[in-house]
Design a binder for this molecule. Structure first.
Ligand code: XMP
Length: 510
């Protein structure tokens, strides 16, 4: 299978380039711009794409590239900054500009034989650049222009080198995908043969080869990634996979039982269920600092995991549900595509445990994991579930966590989710949950005064959890939820609605 390497010069669209290539049925991988040429010689990619980047090629410390890359005989496509750095390395000229060209432009197609085959003259493209190529390198021809850019597309078919000033990877470039397809299939001669079925097949064989008849252990969190990891491993090694699922007492209503049943009955996984509520609650006694809570829960999880793994016998491998964005975020490439999320994967295990790591999903994007999940038989409701934090309800019971407070929160949260689902809102939201405050307020129910806790409803929309908007829910829906919680949950007599965006707030309260 031929791979395409996308070299990241820091563009916010780098991941998008990799995604589009995979959508076209070709496996792609993002690498730092300074990956050694030796690596390419060894791996023999089908093509290399140079991404855009936020800097000017003339800026101090701007990322550059060795010209050797263009002599490997591997087809190369430079996009935006990638085009400029390619032009500069091959003897062309780039003019720095203080004015950015940003937005739509119409593409004049001068030649339809190469990368612009089948592309409409005058079609819309998306520009976002400051510098531009003022003199193209020897051996190249201009095949496309726009009003403000005379070198919008350049080609050197003899050397299989191509450059585009606009962004074919973004949706605003109407025929962008076709341009990428022209490059991959017509010019680089790559066969599209990457899809989920072939992924499952290759991965299963690869795991089988690597593991043989040794044992693997995998922690299940209740989320999609760890379950998909386990299902893939199960296909490969059957009962040599042991899964461990810990009830830390901080899960939602009925969650532990429901998940255990799914793991065992539906998927026939070998799961060790550990009911450890008492242990966690004991360690959380009198703790109200959010970070202390997270740390304690993380530590306790690791203790339990080690204890349970120790009981199984000689384990050689530890499987984790790491996915591609996690890999990119923890090995950031210089530039803005490397915005690092504060990673708080409680339940994630330290890498220095005495096992070899297996991370079968580490090349996949989230939506590819979802596709894989569906192919492996997971139901839609499970696949599209909202993110749930590793420390669970402990960060939603504000202040000290007690069994009684967890009971109250679980009931309220369950009602909220029931109503959100009934209103067909669940899939429109990034997260919806209840938070229990350590504050009591006075109320009146029937003829009696009440003095009970305050519950917050948090409904947010987000694309990636990095920023979020509060959801302007319908007042009738809010009213139904509030009435039900106050009437049905003993311990809550007041509901408030959180209208804080992130930033400056965060999604969770702790
Ligand atoms: P915040 O609250 O930082 O959350 O806006 C962003 C996203 O991360 C989730 N989150 C966590 N996930 N362990 C996790 O595994 C944690 O400690 C944790 N804290 C927040 C949160 O639910 C949201 O989706």
């Amino acid at each position: 299978m031929k791979k395409v390497f996308v070299l990241d010069f820091g563009s916010q669209y780098t991941q998008l380039i990799a995604r589009k290539i995979r959508e076209l049925g070709v496996f792609s991988e993002i690498l730092p711009f300074d990956t050694s040429v030796e690596h390419f010689r060894k791996e023999r990619p089908g093509a290399i794409i140079l991404s855009g980047g936020p800097q000017s090629v003339y800026e101090k410390d701007s990322p550059s590239i060795t010209a050797e890359i263009f002599n490997l005989g591997v087809p190369v496509l430079g996009i935006c900054y990638g085009l400029q750095i390619m032009s500069l390395s091959l003897g062309g000229e780039v003019v720095a500009s203080t004015k950015r060209e940003y937005g739509f432009a119409a593409l004049r197609v001068l030649d339809r034989k190469g990368i612009l085959s089948g592309i409409r003259d005058g079609g819309q493209v998306w520009m976002s650049h400051g510098d531009k190529v003022s003199r193209i390198p020897p051996g190249f021809r201009v095949t496309g222009t726009t009003k403000n850019c005379k070198t919008a597309v350049i080609e050197s078919p003899g050397n299989n080198l191509y450059g585009i000033q606009f962004h074919p990877e973004v949706i605003h470039t109407r025929q962008g995908k076709k341009i990428l397809a022209n490059f991959l299939f017509n010019l680089a001669g790559i066969e599209p043969n990457w899809d989920m079925e072939s992924f499952i097949d290759t991965k299963t064989k690869e795991i089988r080869r690597q593991v043989g008849d040794r044992l693997i252990v995998c922690g299940l969190s209740g989320g999609v990634d760890s379950l998909v990891t386990s299902l893939l491993l199960h296909r490969a090694v059957k009962d040599n996979l042991y899964c461990i699922f810990v009830d830390n007492g901080l899960l939602r209503k009925g969650e532990y039982q429901r998940l255990m049943e799914t793991f065992r009955k539906k998927f026939d996984l070998n799961v060790i269920g550990v009911e450890a509520e008492d242990r966690f609650l004991h360690r959380l006694k009198k703790i109200s600092s959010p970070e202390r809570k997270r740390k304690i829960i993380g530590e306790e999880f690791i203790h339990i995991f080690e204890e349970e793994a120790g009981k199984i016998g000689q384990i050689d491998f530890l499987a984790q549900g790491t996915i591609y964005p996690d890999v990119i975020e923890s090995n950031p490439v210089k530039g803005p595509s490397s915005k690092i999320k504060s990673h708080h994967n409680v339940g994630g295990l330290p890498k220095d445990l005495p096992f070899e790591l297996i991370e079968p999903l580490k090349e996949l994007f989230k939506d590819e994991v979802r596709e894989l999940a569906a192919d492996l038989g997971l139901e839609k409701d499970f696949i599209s579930q909202h993110p749930f934090p590793g420390p669970g309800l402990a960060v939603r019971v504000i202040g000290e966590v007690t069994r009684e407070r967890l009971r109250i929160l679980r009931e309220a949260d369950d009602i909220l989710i029931q109503e959100i689902r009934k209103a067909r809102l669940y899939d429109k939201l990034w997260q919806a949950f209840a938070v229990l405050l350590p504050v009591r307020s006075v109320g009146v129910m029937g003829d009696r005064r009440t003095y009970q806790r305050v519950c917050v409803l948090r409904l947010v929309q987000s694309v990636d959890g990095m920023t979020a908007d509060w959801f302007p829910a319908d007042s009738r829906l809010l009213s139904t939820i509030a009435n039900r919680i106050v009437n049905e949950v003993d311990g809550i007599n007041r509901i408030v609605y959180d209208i804080t965006t992130k930033p400056p707030g965060t999604i969770e309260w702790e």
